[in-house]
Design a protein around this ligand. Structure first.
Ligand code: CO8
Length: 259
């Protein structure tokens, strides 16, 4: 694993833990942090031992307080055409690995959008979510207008974005922004349990179902059905499918080979 300055990357039992590590800046996502995350995701993509990527933070105070406002202040119009944060989050969303955002403390602006780009969001009760970009005279520009509306509906997304209100973990779970809400003490256990449930599944099938859901969601249902159908054709051509069905018939645990 590479050494980075603003993030820590560790690999353990199939999980890659990507820790945001600028607690004194509430993990504000400056360009260096985004570049380091990009590099960690590129490496993970070709690492067969990594099945799940958990993004979390060193301090319980903040998951990430958004883009680095000092850097935003210096940027102008056309510079924002670069892929930047939006491009990285799209890369995270289309990763072949399952991604989990594990949120304690503030997930604001680009921090909230980072969580939205992950497959699953686990929040502790002290989590706080919000998209306060309008306070700065800008808009959520890292997928927030798109992904939040898909998760919680257009009405609630507009309310959150227009008022800039900050909601707690329980409210976020109630409206469907987060998948799991846990007590502080059971936070790590919940992350490990969800990861371990996923890692028991056929790895190729996990990859295929992510593709079918993420790509299919943006399409008309006829096209999405075709993606599902073709993904199933691929699944039926794998060793894992033979092993998974045989293991059921032999009343034993499947031993998948990721082929
Ligand atoms: N950017 C830069 N510095 C920050 C940020 C940030 N987003 N958040 C916190 N900091 C800094 C503070 O300035 C402070 O620095 P210093 O110690 O030098 O004064 C330090 O971190 C600690 O912050 P606080 O003292 O404010 O800590 P608190 O615990 O009291 O408050 C909060 C924590 C509530 C998170 C508060 O810091 C805050 O409101 N931060 C800003 C939140 C925000 O507005 N986020 C949205 C940013 S815009 C964005 O994300 C756009 C994304 C889409 C753009 C797409 C193109 C890139």
């Amino acid at each position: 694993m590479k050494n980075y300055e603003n993030i820590i990357v560790r690999k353990m039992n199939g999980i890659m833990w990507l820790t945001l590590n600028r607690p004194e800046m509430r993990n504000a996502l400056d360009s260096q942090t985004l570049n380091e995350m990009d590099s960690a995701f590129t490496d993970a993509e070709s690492d067969k031992d990594v099945r799940v990527i958990v993004i979390h933070a060193t301090s319980g105070k903040a998951f990430a307080a958004g883009a680095d406002i000092k850097q935003l202040h210096e940027r102008e119009g056309l510079e924002m055409l670069a892929p930047g944060m939006q491009g990285l989050y799209s890369k995270i969303e289309s990763s072949s690995k399952v991604t989990i955002a594990a949120v304690q403390g503030y997930a604001l602006g680009g921090g909230c959008e980072l969580a939205l780009a992950c497959d699953i969001r686990i929040a502790s009760k002290n989590a706080k979510f919000g998209l306060p970009e309008l306070n700065l005279g800008i808009i959520p520009g890292a997928g927030g207008t798109v992904r939040l509306a898909k998760l919680v509906g257009k009405g609630r997304a507009l309310d959150m974005i227009l008022t800039g209100k900050i909601i707690d973990g329980e409210e976020a779970e109630r409206i469907g922004l987060v998948t799991y809400i846990t007590e502080e003490e059971s936070f790590t256990k919940t992350i490990e349990k969800v990861s371990s449930d996923i890692m028991k599944k056929g790895p190729v099938a996990v990859q295929l179902v992510k593709l079918a859901l993420h790509k299919g969601f943006d399409l008309d249902s006829g096209s999405a059905m075709w993606i599902e159908k073709l993904s199933q054709v691929v699944a039926f051509s794998t060793e894992d499918k033979k092993e998974g069905t045989l293991a059921f018939l032999e009343k034993r645990e499947a031993n998948f080979s990721n082929r």
